[in-house]
Ligand binder design. Structure first.
Ligand SMILES: NC(=O)c1ccc[n+]([C@@H]2O[C@H](COP(=O)([O-])OP(=O)(O)OC[C@H]3O[C@@H](n4cnc5c(N)ncnc54)[C@H](OP(=O)(O)O)[C@@H]3O)[C@@H](O)[C@H]2O)c1
Length: 325
């Protein structure tokens, strides 16, 4: 019987259980994917802990994977059995050998992109695509601040920014992570566990500060991030690794310099099949041109998903992590 990971109550990694699940048949507009690799993301931890509520319990977990189409429901025209595919969004349940999801959330994978690479970058790479190319249309020569630069999203952002000629200042939690971010193309790094981020950004930009800050750390970095912005700069708050930002008065945007604020999500950008195809097309081009390499720094068997999540939450990982069914 195919295995899947599920949780019946929110909590620590111990709530994740491996269960045998009879394969679901795809309904109209759906496909079933036999996963070859599954992506691990911080959002999976938010669902497990209940920060983001799962639609119902017990629930599957995970939204990112790559594999082969194994069954096709009625009315699906762009996919057939045997196609190599990848996905980043859709119903929870990617932590599984088989996953049924709407076909519109699934794209074909170019031959040159391996399953592990795809599982390591569909969600994170598409996120970087919209952050750097849509939320703020970065121009060559601009300097930006990007938090957690040695993580999954961060490692991709360093390379993508470098390819665009953008100077990325990356914050990191250790010397080793600083070296990794530099290797990936960060223009400069700041160890935010040791250094004063605002002062270092002021030094590095010769007092100009930055036009945009990408902040996925959340609670711990919120105010620091605002202080690194130029007047009328854009604060992109896109994650809660340290906890969510709460209790904010909008007057702070005035006090810190007529700032703009956005709280975007991938689901809000890849909100149609056409947009998903466009964004994935750009991501695959980056991979196939060799400008972007995905560092799968951690691999775990699917049934060790709890261990993998604990490592991610404890800041022990770098780059991407995949689960192997
Ligand atoms: N809105 C969206 O569309 C979207 C999409 C994808 C991801 N995200 C967000 O982007 C972030 C990165 O996701 P990821 O999956 O690639 O994870 P990740 O960056 O590989 O891991 C999170 C990193 O955040 C840093 N961090 C700082 N304070 C932390 C704390 N208190 N606890 C844990 N980590 C802390 C750690 O790096 P250091 O040790 O270097 O500080 C850690 O390695 C997450 O916040 C995620 O929710 C948002």
């Amino acid at each position: 019987m195919p295995k899947r990971i599920q949780f019946s109550q929110t909590g620590g990694p111990e709530v994740l259980e491996v269960v045998d699940a009879a394969p679901d048949e795809p309904k109209e507009g759906e496909v079933r994917v036999k996963n070859h690799a599954v992506g691990l993301n911080f959002i999976d931890i938010y669902f497990r802990t209940g920060l983001y509520p799962a639609p119902s319990l017990p629930s599957g977990l995970g939204t990112e994977g790559a594999g082969v189409v194994d069954a096709v429901g009625q009315g699906v025209s762009h996919l057939k059995e045997g196609d190599r595919v990848a996905y980043a969004l859709g119903p929870l349940g990617a932590y599984a050998e088989l996953h049924v999801l709407p076909a519109e959330k699934v794209v074909k994978l170019p031959e040159g992109v391996a399953f592990e690479t795809a599982a390591g970058c569909m969600l994170k790479g598409l996120t970087v695509q919209y952050l750097l190319r849509q939320t703020y249309r970065l121009q060559k020569g601009e300097t930006i601040l990007f938090h957690a630069a040695a993580g999954g999203v961060g490692s991709i952002a360093c390379q993508w920014a470098k390819a665009m000629g953008v100077k990325l200042i990356g914050t990191v939690g250790s010397k080793e992570k600083a070296e990794l971010a530099k290797k990936n193309g960060a223009w400069a790094t700041i160890d935010y566990t040791q250094e004063n981020v605002v002062e270092r950004v002021r030094e590095l930009t010769q007092g100009d500060m930055v036009p945009v800050v990408y902040d996925s750390v959340g609670k711990d970095t919120w105010e620091t991030s605002l202080d690194c912005l130029q007047k009328r700069g854009l604060m992109v708050s896109f994650g809660n690794a340290s906890g969510s930002v709460e209790g904010v008065s909008i007057n702070i945007l005035n006090q810190k310099g007529s700032l703009y604020l956005t709280r975007p999500s991938l689901a809000g950008y890849a909100d149609s099949h056409q947009r998903l195809e466009q964004m994935s097309g750009e991501l695959f081009e980056m991979l196939e041109s060799g400008k972007l390499k995905i560092d799968i720094a951690q691999r775990y068997p699917l049934d060790k998903a709890g261990e993998a999540q604990a490592a991610l939450a404890e800041r022990k990982t770098t780059g991407s992590t995949v689960l192997l069914p």
